[in-house]
Design a binder for this molecule. Sequence first.
Ligand SMILES: NC(=O)c1ccc[n+]([C@@H]2O[C@H](COP(=O)([O-])OP(=O)(O)OC[C@H]3O[C@@H](n4cnc5c(N)ncnc54)[C@H](OP(=O)(O)O)[C@@H]3O)[C@@H](O)[C@H]2O)c1
Length: 324
Amino acid sequence: MSNKTYSIGIVGARGHTGAELIRLVAGHPDLELAFVSSRELAGQRVADHGDAYRGDLRFESLDPAAVAAKGADVVVMALPNGKCAPFVEAIDASGPRTLVVDLSADYRFDPAWYYGLPEMTRGNYQGQKRISNPGCYATAMQLAIWPMLEYLAGPPQCFGVSGYSGAGTTPSDKNNVELLRDNLMPYALVDHMHEREVSAHLGVPVEFMPHVAPHFRGITMTVNLWLREPVKADWVQARYEQRYAGEPLVRVVGQAPWVSRIAGRHGVDIGGFTVAPGGKRLVVVATIDNLLKGAATQAMQNVNIALGLPELASIPAFKESVHG
Ligand SMILES: NC(=O)c1ccc[n+]([C@@H]2O[C@H](COP(=O)([O-])OP(=O)(O)OC[C@H]3O[C@@H](n4cnc5c(N)ncnc54)[C@H](OP(=O)(O)O)[C@@H]3O)[C@@H](O)[C@H]2O)c1
């Protein structure tokens, strides 16, 4: 018998983010993996698909009613966009006790759901049992723009480059390694979901141009900010350092950060503060591992906050880790 306090299930556990969630839950002192769902891996041992989890659990193919019937304390939804509603409805119908954290975009615009970007929104958490996890690009954009929000003279322009794990496991051009070889693939150049998400949550319009690159994981987000008043780069860096001083998962660095150094790490690097002559144009660069702080790590922060556990329980140290 386990003496862990809370049971947690993952719906869509075969995917990239599901695999990272399994790893985080396996190392959590208070969470016990109750079920993991996948249609494709049904019947296979979870322990055979990763080195973190060592129990006997097997993947199961679970429909919404079967997920709700598990009665887990926490359910994390790691399904593609547009697939969550039947699961949420079944859980709703089973009673109010289950905490649901959704990684998809399905509830990020729903005011009944708490939008969990802890560094910015944890002060608004009021015990909601429905939490929408921000998008990966959207997390990088918001953390890069937020400290300068009151100085903006117009919409920030955000040039984002993601590794192809951001496109999930369903085959498409955006995760086709043959098409990506020696290539950079622009897509959804206006009105991307994350453009709308960031505009809605920051309360200012944002212009976002995403690209996919041949590396597997990690995002570079280069943000161009037009400002109402001239600034100096040192002042800007100090402002970011002050804003994120108490945040273990946000590191402010002098040089523009590299995506190769954030892959596999659990936080965000923000740096490269560069001011154009005249002082009113600022460029800031953020890097994030899309599968970790862009998805699974952030979900774990949200679960911990909602359960009243230490926010970083099971999340490896970030700020103290040395860049490789
Ligand atoms: N990848 C990222 O960097 C990232 C970052 C932030 C947020 N997200 C979001 O997180 C969610 C999961 O992303 P991912 O990259 O982990 O996706 P993924 O690798 O494509 O995995 C999707 C999972 O959903 C299951 N699934 C697919 N269609 C389903 C359906 N119709 N009914 C039930 N299960 C279904 C798949 O397993 P079976 O087919 O075996 O059932 C698989 O386990 C997405 O909403 C994505 O937008 C992803």
